[in-house]
Design a protein around this ligand. Structure first.
Ligand code: KG4
Ligand code: ZN
Length: 338
């Protein structure tokens, strides 16, 4: 007779994606994501609208995730949810749902840190990284170099002191008149342009830290100046501008990653978070890997941006270690995790 499977129901609601997944013994059975279109017209995520949309989506999303997985809610072993960091109203919706479900079904509750989950997205599919490995975690709110010693033993070696890499992409897109979220569009147009056509300053922070506010300001002044001379400058040069800004951001990320790999003597390297969906970053990492003899790990696209599968996989490793949380746990907008 086979052992009873460990079925984790996972909930992610930290920003503008309502997601639910079922993970069985570390394998993803379903991963549903409801994207909130309502923010597009405002050029960024409106927190109050995000919370309301989560409230509308959460029940149907969980319902479909359960149905697609073929696992009955009675057979859920534990519930994992994003406890931090994120928009507090959005986190509250997921936390309340997870707590209620755990309480009603009398199963343990597992609190998950969103950034740790981005890193552990590497363990959803093969090939899985070997420990220790370095993970460049780049999202809309964070930019970190993380030393991963084991599934749950991670250390943030450096991070951005101002804007995140994703913000630098999104703000550039906004200045170019592109809709939110602009990162994927900068990627799309950048792929058609010349990355060396325009140059922007590459900041160099101490240690493994990053700063992206300088490049944002440089792009702003550059565009103001060019538009004074030619009002069609952006439309006529969109691909080259996107390619050049993208190249600058990726250069800053790679400089620090190379430094960390060299100084720590680690050659297993991964990228995670929404910006790791960027095609130029993926290509550059592969090329750097070849050059430096790194073993490179890149998650599938659907596991780069926010998703509950990564919360479920993290929940699974926490379940194996018995890391449960109380029903009176509160979500937190900001939280350190290593
Ligand atoms: O991890 P994520 O989905 O949410 C957060 O935890 O923040 O990351 C979202 C960020 C946004 O800034 C978005 O523009 C960026 O990831 N992003 C991209 C790409 N796809 C998503 N940036 C550049 N190129 C992409 N292809
Ligand atoms: Zn994220």
């Amino acid at each position: 007779m086979s052992a009873t499977p460990v079925n984790i129901l996972a909930i992610e609601s930290s920003c503008d994606e309502t997601s639910a997944a079922v993970v069985q013994n570390g394998k993803v059975l379903s991963n549903l994501i409801a994207t909130q279109k309502v923010h597009e017209q405002y050029g960024g995520v409106v927190p109050e609208l995000a919370s309301r949309a989560h409230m509308q989506h959460i029940v149907p999303v969980v319902d479909v995730a359960l149905k697609q997985s073929g696992v009955d809610k009675k057979d859920i072993t534990a519930v994992a949810f994003t406890q931090a960091p994120g928009l507090i109203g959005s986190l509250l919706v997921g936390a309340c749902f997870a707590k209620s479900f755990a309480h009603a079904m009398d199963v343990p509750l597992i609190a998950v840190h969103h950034m740790q989950a981005h890193v552990l997205a590497h363990f959803i599919d093969d090939p899985k990284p070997e420990f220790p490995f370095l993970c460049l975690t780049v999202s809309g709110g964070h930019t970190q170099i993380v030393l991963c010693r084991s599934y749950l033993d991670m250390e943030v070696l450096g991070e951005t002191i101002d804007d995140a890499a994703g913000e630098a992409f999104d703000k550039t897109a906004k200045m170019l008149g592109l809709p939110y979220p602009g990162g994927p569009l900068v990627d799309k147009y950048g792929a058609l342009g010349d990355p060396l056509r325009f140059s922007f300053p590459v900041s160099s922070m101490e240690g493994y830290n990053f700063s992206f506010s300088g490049v944002k300001t440089a792009v702003l002044y550059f565009l103001q100046k060019q538009k004074k001379e030619n009002e069609n400058f952006v439309t006529e040069n969109l691909n080259d501008i996107c390619a050049s800004v993208q190249y600058t951001i990726i250069t800053m990320l790679m400089n620090k990653l190379r430094k960390a790999a060299k100084e720590l003597g680690i050659n297993h390297i991964g990228i995670a978070g929404g910006v790791s969906a960027n095609s130029a970053l993926r290509k550059t990492l592969l090329a750097e890997g070849e050059k430096n003899g790194w073993q490179v790990y890149i998650p599938k696209f659907e596991y780069c941006t926010d998703n509950a599968a990564m919360i479920g996989i993290t929940g699974y490793y926490k379940y194996l270690k018995g890391e449960f949380t109380d029903l009176n746990v509160s979500p937190s907008a900001r939280a350190t995790w290593s």
